[in-house]
Design a protein around this ligand. Sequence first.
Ligand SMILES: *[C@@H]1O[C@H](CO)[C@@H](O)[C@H](O)[C@H]1NC(C)=O
Ligand SMILES: *[C@@H]1O[C@H](CO)[C@@H](O)[C@H](O)[C@H]1NC(C)=O
Ligand SMILES: *[C@@H]1O[C@H](CO)[C@@H](O)[C@H](O)[C@H]1NC(C)=O
Ligand SMILES: *[C@@H]1O[C@H](CO)[C@@H](O)[C@H](O)[C@H]1NC(C)=O
Ligand SMILES: *[C@@H]1O[C@H](CO)[C@@H](O)[C@H](O)[C@H]1NC(C)=O
Ligand SMILES: *[C@@H]1O[C@H](CO)[C@@H](O)[C@H](O)[C@H]1NC(C)=O
Length: 629
Amino acid sequence: MIFQVVILDNGLVELSFSNPGGDVIGIKYNGITNLLEIHNKKSNRGYWDIEWGDDITSNIADHYDRLEGTKFEIINEDENQIEISFTKRWNDSSHSFPINVDKRYIMLRDYPGFYTYAILEHPKEAPAAQISVVRDVFKLQQNKFQYMAISDDIQRTMPSASDRTSGEKLAYPEAVLLTKPSKLEFKGEVDDKYQYSIDHKDIKVHGWISSNPAVGFWMITPSHEFLTTGPMKQELTSHVGPTSLCVFMSCHYVGKDLIMKFDKGETWKKVFGPIPIYLNSVSNDEDNRNSLWENAKKQAQDEVAKWPYNFIHSKDFPTSDQRGTLNGQLLIRDRYINEGLFEASSAYVGLAAPGEAGSWQRESKGYQFWVKADESGNFSIKNVRPGNYSLYAFVPGVIGDYVHEKIVSIEPGARIELDSLVYEPPRNGPTLWEIGIPDRTAAEYYVPDALPTLANRFYLNKPNHKFRQYGLWDRYTDLYPNNDLVYTVGVSDFRHDWFFAHVNRNTGNGTYQETTWQVKFNLQNVMWDENYTLRLAIASAQATNLQVRFNYPPSYPPMFSTHRIGRDNSIARHGIHGLYWLYSVNIPGFWLLEGNNTLYLTQARSQGPFGGLMYDYIRFEAPPVTFIA
Ligand SMILES: *[C@@H]1O[C@H](CO)[C@@H](O)[C@H](O)[C@H]1NC(C)=O
Ligand SMILES: *[C@@H]1O[C@H](CO)[C@@H](O)[C@H](O)[C@H]1NC(C)=O
Ligand SMILES: *[C@@H]1O[C@H](CO)[C@@H](O)[C@H](O)[C@H]1NC(C)=O
Ligand SMILES: *[C@@H]1O[C@H](CO)[C@@H](O)[C@H](O)[C@H]1NC(C)=O
Ligand SMILES: *[C@@H]1O[C@H](CO)[C@@H](O)[C@H](O)[C@H]1NC(C)=O
Ligand SMILES: *[C@@H]1O[C@H](CO)[C@@H](O)[C@H](O)[C@H]1NC(C)=O
């Protein structure tokens, strides 16, 4: 006899799963019969899903799959915990889905919540396949969960799903102007789930609060090892629905380069998770929201401290003693800043699949292990799965990417102490001038106010979040209706005079025109037969082609061109950065003039509102100087 529902109950929480599909269909907690939306179909409440494709010569992964299991199994059961599994396997006669899936759920004694993870595998015999999205999704009861919290300063009562349905779609379906919301306070606001994206490094805990009874539903990210690419990748969190997501893998803010592609014959297996779904409650007379949020943050810290969990029953999830540790210190050599070596303070240091400097940004099949070094550049990467890796780093305030010249091999139980590592960032000569701060974002530049008619009011008066507003791309045309931006070195201030995104000009008739920005600078004693260097660090690119000319306007051929780059879509998605690019352009002295010079930067593809780029940092270096030892 097959039961249609599997129930786990530890006295605090009762979980119901469809059988053998393995969707979470009910979460009973603290007097609420179901935290999940009971009006949704059972397969549309708590589920894993992927987007995939079978033609790996294309970037089209347009098959959608809810990873419904075909077989249910109890993996382990004792007085302290139970782990269950729902599997779906590829076999020769089901070519349509060339991936094996094992979805797991764990309930611990005395734990108010549960853990989930999924093991995805591309078997050797399976046909070629590609995967562009892997997620775990929860849709909560609409009439209970209205307050969303994703960080200390992003917390609010949210509009409802029907407020979106009755609203007006803007330039793309995700952005909606709320014209007939149920609560007057939301009227005239823009809602878009991408306004609530955050960098992986900041994704720790997010979720929703119900006020009566006071209950919190939280998704916690206890480790980032199973997410795709490193700390700077941005991802969705929670959004109108009420929906909470753990997006393990997607192309958001990077582009289709990230799609995982598997050839026939290629074996691949990855464990996504485990992640905790944590529930909390307080009596109604307390300051509900704050105490639930503070408690959830504390729980997130506890989960990090417990990582790697010792209660996982899968040979594919190594325990703590099967993992290794790597310690070291990163120093920097840049003689134009400091004669001696200096410490790579607060560097991000990570292990990822072997590759070239920066390749981790586009690596999506493996695990990555990132930490932030301390002020002296010391780092300790713990709990690394056995394997061969490159050691990568990037340093706030410093351009470029570091990679250690040797492959790092982590054996089970290994503890590796590296000698001091030295990163020599790209540098040919002393700085003549610079614009911005090399931190891989455009956050330090001028971000305009939203149009009052298109604002998300929550972000008004939150200076650090101005970039999250809808429609900022067209504010450029409002500020520069006829002539493009001109920046004068020594006079202008990038905080006020450098628009955060180099976008196209809206002509007002549905077309967009390319734009050319000018940087004016004065140069004395030009060394005609020496080379100068222009460093262009780019924080985001979308269908752009950046052209560089010194002292010749855009009617002349470019002296340098990036050619077409970028698919990170960060302008449309309200990001302040996407993928990082660094160009070093050799500038022969004879291109320059004694006295006033103009650098023309042309965004030479006029494809609509969302094309363009964001600069991270620009530096102009003089020819090399000989140092006397
Ligand atoms: C193979 O997959 C098909 C379609 O899902 C299923 O009907 C069949 O039972 C599977 N065969 C085996 C041997 O698992
Ligand atoms: C950093 O590491 C170096 C080299 O191992 C060591 O000498 C130094 O004391 C460490 N600094 C701190 C603050 O731990
Ligand atoms: C690491 O690389 C070495 C040399 O290629 C190989 O012998 C070893 O099996 C690899 N280790 C792992 C864990 O993949
Ligand atoms: C739109 O306006 C621009 C600038 O005025 C003009 O060059 C272009 O021809 C116009 N395009 C259309 C389709 O009207
Ligand atoms: C300047 O750059 C050019 C082009 O790369 C190179 O051929 C030349 O040797 C360089 N000159 C000096 C003085 O380094
Ligand atoms: C050079 O630029 C400065 C600052 O923009 C300006 O004041 C000056 O008139 C310019 N000189 C010439 C010769 O154009």
